[in-house]
Design a protein around this ligand. Structure first.
Ligand code: 3HC
Length: 702
């Protein structure tokens, strides 16, 4: 099959890249382009060349799969293509629709001219894969768009739309009519004009502000904590300013090559493919017809209900939010208005758009107001009887075929579905993460009885809301919270054994977590776990390691941030945790209570004892079939629990350590403590024995 087609139109050679789905520069594409350019230059009738993409976009960049395997030796490379353009006596015009990304934009930048349609975007997203652009993007873009705009684009990886690209000088013309026709006319005119055709490499780089690079480094220091690639991007653009074009290209190549091999880049490429894999559900046809979800209901206007309601409005879906009492309902609606107003004041939402979204929200105190809703999300408090009562009422109110979901974070949704047996096929879980209007993760909990079209419709809805939906089976705490119990549990046990909350949190923060586990516990509220332990009949005598200090703190009314004190002290109006000397005292009491000798715990032990339970329980979830694939588990932790993206998620990261050493440590801790979260996973043992990583295992499911 030809990946690049050659045709003549009005004395212009049209090279069409046809490599579905996104026209990546896979083997065969560079070769086809180089040959096409040569053929056009040999044909005396041809006056110019247009390069265009077939299908949904121009070119999405290098084929990312080839960063993990060798490029075929005999194949032309991207740099051969760039050279063929720049050496071409006949002008080459890139005609862009959809997207010109990464190597796709770099290729366009080495053409003599670029034209674009208004809905297309161009960008250098390489930093999101853990490396800077490697085919001249960091040298050519500053020459065209200026240093500041180029630096912003390359360091953020975010694309710009066509009109902005034209204003920045990245493209020459926005074509409002048919792209191919417009591009051919443009190219023919240039080809016949007899002028010398411009090359970006010959432009000067102008730098007005010499502090721009240091300022950028300072600007990204929180977002890019622990990462190499964003800084590598800055170095490359600095080279564009400090060096000649030729030297800059060599420098860029060198930095690019160093970055491609890092664990950071491998992790980020893993995440790229993981996100695409997550949309595929084994055993369910991708093309299963979806149910129309044109109207929604949310039951409960508490913290979660409010965030979920906003998600519907953000997605343009009219939503009725129901709360029993007028006061609570008014408070919920006021919170929504306040949240939107804050976004407006930051300039990230227009007042008109806020008004439009508020207009999509209807408050009501009557559940009957949901009778016409296509989907209803229950977000009442986390108790099975309360949830079942809501579902029983919805059973008599909701129209036939309406999808009913629960926002439970732990409870058995199969039991809820069974409780309204006639609607089993339309009941499932949608576990949003707080704040629900902000957090990207959405666990879609697949009951044993949910219909495939219902599942697929809810996954689509999640994406429409801007979420990353991950399918989980029904188990206690689903994927994320089930794993969290081991992570938080081990952190609190270590406080009893003599580590301070500050030490534990520092180790995990330095590892790259957004927050340490004890600061997270304070943020979430210690009273939630306390209530659960009390409900499960756990009096002081039945206290398990890890619960002692939290129980005492709660008995003292110290629930964490919301009461100004938990594992840390919080000054009013300040969320920065301050060490609390009383924790040491409580920790000694805990050690006495459990007969543990307190000791100095090393940073390495803290890291292992926090992280390895995540890996071990994650693997159990995988072997029990509650997650479809290991990479889904990684995505849950990356998008819901502050795990650093450049480590690729807990299971990918475990592979970089070596599953044999992780399994050995799990066995060792299991012998020392006997806690449930250390019970070695059979699958972890198996992979470790066979010298494999999770990437080698698909469980026969994907
Ligand atoms: N290489 C290989 N496969 C790619 C790819 C690429 N550059 N871009 C997308 N794909 C694959 C996806 O894995 C997916 O495969 P699947 O169907 O088997 O799961 C398929 O193409 C469709 O992708 P999406 O689901 O993401 O499609 P969308 O329509 O939602 O998005 C897109 C299209 C905006 C182009 C998006 O795919 C994207 O952002 N791609 C990556 C762009 C990128 O990062 N380019 C830089 C590459 S590195 C580079 O060029 C280095 C250079 O500087 C030397």
């Amino acid at each position: 099959m030809n990946l690049v087609n050659y045709e003549i139109s009005d004395r212009v050679a049209v090279l069409t890249v046809d490599n579905p789905p996104v026209n990546a520069l896979s083997p065969g594409v560079p070769k086809g382009i180089v040959e096409g350019v040569a053929q056009a230059n040999k044909d005396d009738d041809v006056v110019a060349i247009v390069l265009i993409g077939a299908g949904r976009g121009f070119i999405a960049g290098a084929d990312i799969r080839f960063f993990s395997k060798p490029w075929p030796e005999a194949e032309e490379s991207l740099s051969d293509v760039l050279k063929s353009f720049e050496d071409s006596p006949k002008p080459v015009v890139a005609a862009i629709h959809g997207h010109a990304l990464g190597g796709g934009l770099e290729l366009a930048l080495s053409c003599h001219y670029r034209v674009i349609v208004s809905m297309a975007k161009v960008g250098q997203p390489e930093v999101k894969l853990g490396f800077p652009p490697g085919a001249g993007g960091t040298q050519r873009l500053p020459r065209l768009a200026g240093v500041e705009a180029a630096l912003d684009m390359i360091v953020s990886g975010d694309p710009v739309m066509a009109e902005r690209a034209r204003d920045l000088g990245i493209v020459d013309q926005v074509i409002k009519t048919d792209l191919l026709e417009g591009a051919v006319a443009f190219a023919a005119e240039k080809g016949l004009s007899g002028i010398a055709h411009p090359l970006v490499r010959n432009l000067e780089v102008k730098l007005d502000d010499p502090d721009i690079f240091d300022r950028k480094r300072d600007q990204i220091k929180h977002r890019a904590r622990g990462m190499r690639a964003p800084y590598a991007c800055i170095e490359c653009v600095e080279a564009a300013v400090a060096m000649s074009f030729e030297e800059g290209i060599v420098r860029e190549r060198e930095i690019f090559k160093n970055c491609v091999g890092t664990t950071e880049s491998r992790a980020m490429r893993h995440v790229f493919f993981a996100e695409r894999a997550a949309a595929k559900i084994s055993g369910v046809d991708r093309d299963t017809p979806r149910r129309p979800l044109a109207s929604a209901g949310v039951v409960g206007a508490g913290t979660m209900g409010v965030g979920i309601t906003m998600n519907f409005a953000n997605a343009g879906i009219p939503v009725t939010v129901v709360e029993q009492h007028t006061e609570a309902l008014d408070h919920g609606i006021a919170t929504i208005a306040k949240n939107y107003a804050a976004t407006v004041s930051k300039g990230r939402l227009s007042q008109a758009e806020m008004d439009r979204r508020m207009g999509l929200i209807t408050p009501s105190t009557r559940l009957e107001a949901l009778e016409q809703a296509d989907i209803i999300v229950e977000a009442v408090y986390e108790e099975m009887p309360a949830k079942k009562e809501v579902f029983a009422r919805l059973d008599s109110i909701a129209k036939q075929g309406a999808i009913l979901t629960s926002n439970t974070s732990y409870l058995n949704i199969n039991e809820i579905a069974d409780s309204i047996a006639g609607r089993k096929g339309t009941v499932l879980g949608t576990h949003f993460f707080s704040p629900a209007n902000v957090m990207r993760l959405l666990e879609v909990v697949r009951t044993d009885t949910v219909d495939d079209d219902v599942l697929m419709s809810v996954l689509d809805l999640g994406r429409k809301m801007g979420k990353l939906p991950i399918v989980s089976g029904v188990c206690h705490g689903f994927i994320g919270n089930r794993m969290l119990e081991g992570y938080l549990g081990e952190a609190t046990i270590m406080v009893e054994e003599g580590a301070t909350p500050q030490q534990i949190d520092r180790v995990m923060y330095d590892f790259g977590m957004a927050m340490g586990p004890l600061a997270v516990a304070d943020l979430a509220g210690l009273d939630i776990g306390w209530a659960k332990r009390k409900a499960a009949g756990g009096g002081q005598a039945a206290e398990k390691p890890g619960a002692f200090i939290a129980n005492r703190l709660c008995e003292l009314g110290r629930y964490g941030q919301k009461t100004g004190r938990g594992y840390y002290i919080y000054e009013s109006g300040n969320r920065a945790p301050m060490p609390d000397p009383e924790i040491e005292n409580l920790s000694r009491q805990a050690a006495e209570h459990f007969g543990v000798k307190q000791r100095t715990i090393s940073d390495q032990e803290i890291l292992e004892r926090c992280m390895y339970p995540l890996v071990n329980i994650g693997t159990v979830i995988l072997e029990e079939g509650f997650a479809l694939r290991a990479s889904d588990i990684d995505l849950v932790y990356l998008n819901g629990y502050g795990f650093p993206v450049w480590r690729g998620g807990p299971l990918h990261w475990a592979g970089t350590i070596g599953l044999d050493s992780v399994a050995e440590a799990v066995r060792r801790y299991s012998q020392q403590t006997g806690s449930d979260h250390w019970k070695p996973s059979a699958l972890l043992e198996e992979l470790a024995r066979e010298g494999k990583t999770f990437e080698d295992w698909d469980g026969g499911k994907t």
